[in-house]
Design a protein around this ligand. Sequence first.
Ligand SMILES: *[C@@H]1O[C@H](CO)[C@@H](O)[C@H](O)[C@H]1NC(C)=O
Ligand SMILES: *[C@@H]1O[C@H](CO)[C@@H](O)[C@H](O)[C@H]1NC(C)=O
Ligand SMILES: *[C@@H]1O[C@H](CO)[C@@H](O)[C@H](O)[C@H]1NC(C)=O
Ligand SMILES: *[C@@H]1O[C@H](CO)[C@@H](O)[C@H](O)[C@H]1NC(C)=O
Ligand SMILES: CC(=O)N[C@H]1CO[C@H](CO)[C@@H](O)[C@@H]1O
Length: 378
Amino acid sequence: MISFTNFIALALALASTASAFPAYGSLAGIPREELDQIIPTLQHKEPAPPPGPLKYNGTKLINDAAHPWKPARPGDIRGPCPGLNTLASHGYLPRNGIATPVQLISAIQEGFNMENRFARFVVYAAHLVDGNVITDLLSIGSKTSETGPPPPAPAIAGGLNTHSVFEGDASMTRGDFYWGDNFSFNETLFDELTMYMDKYGDGKYNWTVASEFRYKRIQESIQNNPTFSLIMPRYFTAYGEATFMINFFVDGRIKENRVLSKEDARSFLQKSQFPKDFHRASQPSAIENIDFLLNAHPVRPGGNVNGTNSYQKDPTSADLSPEQWCLIYENFVNRNVKNLYPNPTGDLLKALNINLQWLYDSVNDRCPKQVFPYGKPE
Ligand SMILES: *[C@@H]1O[C@H](CO)[C@@H](O)[C@H](O)[C@H]1NC(C)=O
Ligand SMILES: *[C@@H]1O[C@H](CO)[C@@H](O)[C@H](O)[C@H]1NC(C)=O
Ligand SMILES: *[C@@H]1O[C@H](CO)[C@@H](O)[C@H](O)[C@H]1NC(C)=O
Ligand SMILES: *[C@@H]1O[C@H](CO)[C@@H](O)[C@H](O)[C@H]1NC(C)=O
Ligand SMILES: CC(=O)N[C@H]1CO[C@H](CO)[C@@H](O)[C@@H]1O
């Protein structure tokens, strides 16, 4: 329930600052009375429909002259996801770190060759819980750049940092929420990752390193973090982020034995920078090979239920088997979205329904049943 407590704290902070609510601030979890004050202050925007697949979906130079890396300026937002940080620092996304869902889908397809349905699913899911559906804006994090001034208090609300939804515990190189800083690159964790590369991958990040390090970080959280939670959708993103480092961060000109060097790992994870001459993956992909990680060390979704070392599986959480894909979708809508927006009305309801439709459209090839948490819109 950490996120709930956060939202209460946020709501209190907002009571005095509703008029200054940022356009990208998430409206999720905000009590009705506050919403009634905030929504009229926002510029309402009709969202554009999601982009389709890339026309050319092969490899190509991404770190090109038209997209130079630039350090984040004071006030630019960066967050827990290294891939999105990198896209923003190269101008594939707006450099301030605030984007529309359409810009996000286009950028992750163009820069990383993420498969279209998967890109639509993760972006609309993120937007529904972390974005502002009225202004159609989502920030890629909650923190302005290291060199910048501290973010205004309400900014903590926004971005891909809603605990346990996308950002979450047992991240590869970010700390758990429990320890406070859950989004900054952590050198100690990176050192541990490179030690694993030496131990299991001949100095490179390969699938064995991915599965061993994924498992180690989960074990550490079980042992040290009394509030550790690894249920959907975090369960999914925790394994996803381990596979992204090979599927998306390895140069697309490397077709076989795809492994990531320490230097390139640091480039993405710490510097938000594409390696020199970086070419994107040679075909659209998503979470390819996630089974390798789960088979090596099966961990069921769950959490510590009574202090450290009390991990129990949560039978109500979907897992990652293909037949549960629709349960992931259904639980996400009926639990996460519905909890954060229990009884939306008016423009907010309309905007939520539009985004829920686009979320469903991304899975309609495998999930015959659409769920309507607010009833079927007319
Ligand atoms: C990639 O593009 C080719 C040629 O247009 C197409 O046949 C193929 O289905 C595309 N692959 C994916 C996964 O979209
Ligand atoms: C980085 O992670 C290590 C290991 O979890 C932790 O002890 C340390 O406090 C973290 N450092 C920062 C700066 O958060
Ligand atoms: C990773 O690299 C190590 C060391 O070279 C090797 O033993 C292991 O088989 C590799 N893993 C995979 C999945 O290729
Ligand atoms: C939780 O842990 C404490 C001490 O470790 C123990 O005394 C208590 O019985 C446990 N509660 C449950 C519900 O397991
Ligand atoms: C939402 C969430 O869990 N994010 C937290 C990340 O850590 C900062 C403190 O460093 C909290 O303020 C955020 O709430």
